[in-house]
Unconditional design. Structure first.
Length: 96
């Protein structure tokens, strides 16, 4: 029996939810282990991921709007949290 066959998927999702890492969990499982993950689990995680993509894009758009507004007023700003941090750490704003 492989390690993935022993996974308590409900507990994994609950733990991933508590630690706010469901997008990263989906990304990794889908990329490397999708054939071992039950379809309903992967489907659920994918839906969570896609919701996070929408939220991340909205935050990124808001960040750009704020930086542009500040620039118009002559204020330089360098974002370092939120979407900017996600791109720096994960290379993808949707994984935060």
């Amino acid at each position: 029996m492989s390690l993935l066959e022993q996974v308590d998927w409900v507990k994994l999702i609950d733990t991933g939810t508590q630690h706010y890492v469901l997008p990263l969990l989906y990304w990794t499982l889908n990329r490397d282990y999708s054939e071992h993950v039950p379809v309903p689990v992967l489907w659920f995680l994918k839906n969570c991921f896609l919701e996070n993509v929408d939220a991340a894009n909205a935050l990124a758009n808001e960040m750009v709007a704020i930086v542009n507004t500040l620039k118009i007023e002559g204020i330089d700003a360098v974002p370092f949290k939120g979407p900017a941090l996600s791109v720096t750490v994960y290379g993808n704003i949707a994984l935060r």
